[in-house]
Design a binder for this molecule. Structure first.
Ligand code: FES
Length: 196
């Protein structure tokens, strides 16, 4: 009788131990997967994007995707850059004090190299995609238009540095993403060392 009880208890203890082990493994495995999945996904989503801009003509723009967002890269001409100083009084935040951007972009050109503008192409009002409207006098925007970006959703306007105009719904300038030059003709978007 004693032996039967002992055997039964041993069996119960063995089963209980195995069950506890299985439960323990489950508890260990879930946090591991939970922490592993987002980090792997985040890594893929947040990986920097390298772009060759060697063939980007002056005055032209190319779009790439980074972290699911459109990134605009514009090769600005000397004429385009010459328009920037005169825009100040028309802009809500000409010095980009309230705008999302790396420290290196805190200048009129909002860029590491003035001729290359890199922006997040998402309107800061409600997230529409602004259109490139680089032709001065484009009446689809305004008769005195100097060139820049126009959001067709609710009429927000941005200059050739992505700075928002006064009296439009968008509250802040188009963001500048982190980026760096890895050579004279290649930029790495999503990696910010603040150097050229
Ligand atoms: S989303 Fe661009 S103006 Fe409203």
């Amino acid at each position: 009788m004693t032996e039967e009880v002992d055997t039964g208890r041993r069996h119960f203890l063995t089963v209980a131990t195995v069950a506890a082990g299985a439960v323990g493994a489950a508890f260990v495995a879930v946090p591991f997967l939970a922490s592993w999945k987002p980090s792997a996904r985040a890594k893929a989503m947040g990986a920097p994007v390298e772009l060759d801009i060697g063939k980007l003509e002056p005055g032209a723009m190319v779009k790439v995707e980074w972290r699911g967002k459109a990134i605009f890269v514009v090769h600005r001409t000397p004429d385009m850059l010459a328009k920037l100083p005169a825009m100040g009084s028309s802009l809500r935040d000409p010095d980009s004090n309230e705008s999302e951007q790396p420290e290196f972009a805190k200048n009129e050109a909002r860029a590491l190299k003035p001729e290359y503008l890199v922006l997040v192409g998402v309107c800061t009002h409600l997230g529409c995609a602004p259109l490139e409207k680089f032709t001065p006098g484009d009446v689809t925007v305004a008769a005195d238009w100097q060139g820049g970006f126009f959001c067709p959703c609710h009429g927000s306007k941005f200059d050739l540095s992505g700075r928002v105009f006064k009296d439009v719904p968008a509250p802040t300038n188009l963001p500048v993403p982190p980026y760096q030059f890895v050579s004279d003709t290649r930029i790495l978007i999503g990696a910010d060392k603040g150097n050229a």
